[in-house]
Design a protein around this ligand. Sequence first.
Ligand SMILES: [Fe+2]
Length: 293
Amino acid sequence: MAVTTRQIGPCFAAEVEGVDLSRPLAADEVKAIHAGMDRYAVLVFHDQRIDDGQQLAFTQGLGDIEHAIGTSLRAPEEYRLPTTFADVSNLDQHNRVFQRDDRRRLFGLGNRLWHSDSSFKATPAKYSLLRAVSVPSRGGNTEFAYMPAAWDTLDAETKAECEPLICEHSQIFSRQQLGFTDFTDEERARFAPVRQRLVRTHPGTGRKSLYLSSHAGSIVGWPVPEARFFLRDLVEHATQREFVYAHRWKIGDLVMWDNRQTMHRARPFPAHEPRDMRRTTLMGDGPTVAQVA
Ligand SMILES: [Fe+2]
């Protein structure tokens, strides 16, 4: 059966049919998936009864993966999944739901702010692939915003202002917005800011987009409050409902998105219920801008 895509909701999201992720993909299937990602920015695969090994194999068939090492508040002995996965669950290493005030959970709540995965890394993520292993009884949707549309609909003056700007991204900035500032010196050093261009051009489509993320906390050369306000205004513009697709998860869904042209956020759900989501991530081609020593 041929791999086909069918648009769902806004122009940038599609469902994929005719592909079984439990077995190795043929070269033409991989090609069709990459083409689908260039045409859309979010692809949804339903009813994929796959395990971690199969998700990893599928991801590695698409490119080089990013490892999740030192990007959360879990100590190395508290990892529930191997570092080939980003653990986006609310579960500890024994598969128990975190207590409401557990700082690992509170840090994880940062995923509910609009962001682009790994924008806090010098080489940020290309694609993220998220698989629903267990879902809460209500809530917990993931929403996606399409950043080329956000760019296209800015006025010329704002575009010109954005074009040369370099932002600094850190998980400390995103957590600050939630009032979470309780970091150790080791964590502050580990989460040191990196630079990213505010405007980037997609290598597949040639389209420009705003590279926004809640991790962006300053603009090089700007006073911080002015930068925060400017970025907040852009996020508000970029996340208007007509640019947003909301994914309502079912077990067996795998959603793949392009972090170079979307932002996303998780929505709330009951704190005592497990939400087991496992993410594999493709590494980007390189930094968006040179770093400073
Ligand atoms: Fe994310």
